[in-house]
Design a protein around this ligand. Sequence first.
Ligand SMILES: Nc1nc2c(c(=O)[nH]1)N[C@H]1C(S)=C(S)[C@@H](COP(=O)(O)OP(=O)(O)OC[C@H]3O[C@@H](n4cnc5c(=O)[nH]c(N)nc54)[C@H](O)[C@@H]3O)O[C@H]1N2
Ligand SMILES: Nc1nc2c(c(=O)[nH]1)N[C@H]1C(S)=C(S)[C@@H](COP(=O)(O)OP(=O)(O)OC[C@H]3O[C@@H](n4cnc5c(=O)[nH]c(N)nc54)[C@H](O)[C@@H]3O)O[C@H]1N2
Ligand SMILES: [Mo]
Length: 823
Amino acid sequence: MTDKHLASCSLTRRRFLTASTSLAAVGMAGSMMPMGATRAFAAGEQKIQSGSHWGVFNMTVKDGLAVKIEPWEKDPHPTHQLPGVLDSMYSASRIKYPMVRRSYLENGPKAERDSRGASDFVRVSWDKALDLVANEIKRVQDESGPSAVFAGSYGWKSPGKFHNCRTLVARTMNVLGGYVSGTGDYSTGAAQVIMPHVVGGLEVYSQQTSWPVLIDNTDTLVFWAADPMKTCQIDWLIPDHGVYDYLKAYKATGKKVICIDPFHTETAKTMDAEWLAPKPQTDVAMMLGIAHTLYSEGLHDEDFLSTYTYGFDKFLPYLTGDADGTPKDAEWASKICGIPADKIKELAKLFAGGTTMLASGWSIQRMQYGEQAHWMLVTLAAMLGQIGTPGGGFGLSYHYCSGGTPTANGVSLPGIGDGKQSSENKPEWLASSGASSIPVARVVDMLENPRGEFDFNGTRATYPDIKLVYWVGGNPFAHHQDRNRMVKAWKKVETFIVHEAQWTATARQADIVLPATTSYERNDMEQIGSYSNQGIVAMKKIVDPIGEARSDFDIFSAICAKLGKEAEFTENKSEMDWLKSLYETASSTAGTKGIDFPSFDDFWEAGSVLYEVPQANKEFVRFAEFRDDPLLNPLGTPTGLIEIYSKAIERMSYDDCPPHPTWMPARELTGVESTKYPLHVNASHPDARLHSQLCGTELRKTYAIDGREPCVIHPDDAAKRGISDGDLVRVFNDRGQILTGARVSDDTAPGVLRVSEGGWYDPADPLKEGSLDAYGDVNVLTFDVGTSKLAQGNCGHSAAADVEKFTGTPPAVNVFTAPAAAE
Ligand SMILES: Nc1nc2c(c(=O)[nH]1)N[C@H]1C(S)=C(S)[C@@H](COP(=O)(O)OP(=O)(O)OC[C@H]3O[C@@H](n4cnc5c(=O)[nH]c(N)nc54)[C@H](O)[C@@H]3O)O[C@H]1N2
Ligand SMILES: Nc1nc2c(c(=O)[nH]1)N[C@H]1C(S)=C(S)[C@@H](COP(=O)(O)OP(=O)(O)OC[C@H]3O[C@@H](n4cnc5c(=O)[nH]c(N)nc54)[C@H](O)[C@@H]3O)O[C@H]1N2
Ligand SMILES: [Mo]
């Protein structure tokens, strides 16, 4: 696409927006097109079906421009975010050209690193940009070796089995000599490390007892820090949106639903749930209070505990207070969590008196000592004795990717590989130069402490000395905690290279920015439903690349070509060759499973293949086999049982992760003397974005207040500070300050501010440390420590701050338009 075309394209686009963007209308129109059809309408107009994190959709394309997006007719509950998908292709924050930071271009790596983030970019040709990148990878590899290259590149990228940009960066780095990676994720950093010690597997990404079983059997459904109405809008793959009809069906039964959350969630409202708002970061204490009541009233299931669990006897003295003189009874818990003791006792009786499903979200483990939350939840469920029964027990993924939507009998599509030979798992080159992979959220710690030591799940390792950071498919300057500390640490990096489609804060911090296509400018395919695996969908190219954008595959192919490794990277296959070969592999698996699989061409023409759901999967009960016979079907723990006490963790002797579930107050717990700031910051996931994705789009108008990220404040807290709904307010602590728009509402509990993660960081003066963030990136306020030495997960949900009415001249928001030279 030429520059001229692009100019006319943004004009047309703007006209389109004013003409027809009623978000609701665009999003919910509901097409009558036959599934998968690519059909010409009026001259020059066609409808193309594709897919995204937000769902399968039909896009109307007119004269080469995407003009209208409609949800797939088979989507049972399209997300209100869908219109943002269309807008993200053309928004003012789109990256169109290769850009290089001026002083880097003039003086090479390391030049004036203090000027990073100031948006002084120069447009260069693709050839120049690719030369710079290839030469720099070679320089760092030659001078310092693979341990100096960090390409962990964490992030939510886009779905698609072939254009999987994070696999592609790994593949490139493996072809070019090796690199340092990241282990784990930001979602379940603590839970996915502790759960294998407790139940023998990650658990957080497991299929749940199916929804039809809950609807038939559960008496009390507890959403503990879980808001599936909000978080199931999206999927790591393509969402099936299955949970919404099940929630409706569950509600229709009239059975009890409880939401335990400092925020009155959409789920609580939709389900007419009882809303209980414990003080944030105190759920472990509340669970202990319930557990103590169960024990003291003899409501716990001794048979279950003795047959299926290990170590209850070692945990018991802690629970009763025999070990430390403090009984963890309802009164004790109430003082910590703020839920009345009588209510805690009532919950114990209610849970024990019927079939209870404890469905937990993940925020409570994205906190300091977050390991304890899910360990205690499992312990509580074990005391109730219902794990493995229809409709009882616990679930750690009902709020994610429509967990509990029954799994279809299908095949998984393979993806392009990362090019790593299995023998390279622990490459020799790293033995002497630091860990080949670090816990993903310790990235800033790593940059600050080359050669420093860190603990992780029983091992002690050394941080490598990183010179080059390469990021593709993530937005670390949104997702990582303690932004000001991060900005400073990042200046130690000699070169920072980013591929992006959007001028995110991360792209703005880069030395070299390469414009990537969105999924909608290339061909790919993906599965529908991370858990349900309902089928596969063609993610068809909708328009030509915007500006000079190229797919990550093409960019990496060109870089590898410059270094003489193109064939290793591409295997001499084009986009369509790759899709066909991946499809053929799935097709042969389908054959062996007796699944009728169309030819690739038929699939591509039809746009999707959908699978049948076997009756048995509708009746799936998690842990049923273990319950049925724990000797024949042991868990993957050392004892084969649910471990309420872990000898493996005991051997690690960590002061911040004891060998049984334990209440430990986090360092910024509000209402205690040692905490300087009075309000808790609830940095939960946004309702109208996927993290930072779509923040640069028109969707922002549906939630921003005076152009800033909303900060929900309880009326009492607002009144005390003279804050009214709609005011600009400054939220601050010792780590930083953000400008936000006040939304005064009793949806949030007193003492709790809610600012969702993913707002684009926009420092008023990027060259000044601690400068006011003009838009509202909540991670300016959060702190950056590991959850504990065990998991080293992030603590994005642990921060205290204060808020005041903003009275000065508000700084302009600049982050949603391209830097001057890049327009
Ligand atoms: N305080 C706090 N912080 C949090 C959290 C919290 O609860 N509280 N949650 C954490 C969690 S769970 C997560 S998962 C992280 C999310 O953090 P991220 O996954 O980093 O967030 P995203 O906004 O999804 O960023 C993905 C980026 O990839 C880009 N992208 C998409 N497709 C492509 C592609 O094909 N090629 C290229 N080159 N780029 C592409 C998008 O434009 C976008 O900028 O945030 C974490 N941070
Ligand atoms: N719309 C949308 N959906 C998403 C995402 C998104 O960005 N946008 N991100 C996806 C990803 S990557 C992930 S990891 C999941 C995240 O899933 P979660 O981690 O479960 O999501 P959060 O919104 O961070 O938190 C869930 C709920 O916990 C509550 N909460 C916060 N602190 C506490 C506390 O101390 N105690 C209790 N009891 N509750 C608390 C919050 O108010 C919120 O309602 O969501 C996925 N779904
Ligand atoms: Mo996540």
